[in-house]
Write a protein that binds this ligand. Sequence first.
Ligand code: SAH
Length: 350
Amino acid sequence: MTDDPMAGLAHSEAHYFNSYNHHGIHEEMLKDEVRTRSYRDSIYQNGHLFKDKVVLDVGCGTSILSMFATLPKPSWPPPRAFLDSNAGAKHVIGVDMSTIIEKAKEIVEVNGMSDKITLLQGKMEEVVLPFPQVDIIISEWMGYFLLYESMLDTVLFARDKYLAPGGLIFPDKATIYMAGIEDGDYKEEKIGFWDNVWGFDYTPLKHTALTEPLVDTVEMKAVVTDPAPVFNIDLYTVKKEDLAFSSQFSLNVRRNDFVHAIIAWFDIEFTACHKPIKFSTGPHTKYTHWKQTVFYIHDVLTVETGEKIVGQLTNKPNEKNPRDLDIAISYKLETEDPHRVASGAGHYKM
Ligand code: SAH
């Protein structure tokens, strides 16, 4: 017998949860203004939905969302009266496997919310909740490229096991978008580099480099095509199996330019809100810690206004480590000019 909650976990699982032990990763998320403010607004602007409800915070981390749900009041520090006014949820249960939950307990305590928030350390899939059902699930589960780390599986598990009929999920919609970008300089620096390393042919590493999507901020001026939605998730109805998917895309070229990479990002919506709240992680809007995901393609496409890059995006969890993703992108430039016809396919791992 051991008290170590990580004992018995697969190495990759322990690695995943351990990465959330340190305060640094939580600092990054808490400082992500777009992310944290959207969650806060979705709760504070909808006190009527949270009042007297039982709320489950899936993967509560430092318990920020649990505390929002307890106190729907848009000011900080909260006036003492509010702490006592029962303005928020009847009770919030926060669950996290990571040891950060020990600090979350202290944070809840020093903010005077211990009677309203119950924090449990353990895997969502294994813990025993003090309530058989919850009225609302809140969770910040999104990874790079939306689905990296596959924490959504855990939210779906909690939904199916605990959400009362007619219960709400915050957020409840997610959409992945794609677009083509001009990125000659950086592609040369990251990919072309391997063609000649101190006079040697390093192309075996070039192929490896090409399979690795880059998480980075893309400037809006690099975007050459219109964005196109490629995958939609409705959290009320989606099933785990649906997260392995294949979708067609068609990217409308906006200007004469070159295309070196396809990028992806996602938007998130809280549609249960009185006034819908959404945020985007795209290149056209404010920075988030998710940045964008860049998939370099093998060719350089020479594109003209009005042409289309069509293709298919396929995503599935890796068989060995289901928190990783195997992604394939095939593409074809639709052009009347036979000299610029190009097509190909890339396989990526993240
Ligand atoms: N809700 C917090 C933290 C989000 S990060 C915030 O918004 O700041 C996601 C958290 O979910 C991490 O702390 C991670 O440890 C936890 N988590 C992921 N999968 C889990 C699972 N299956 N069981 C319990 N906790 C999980």
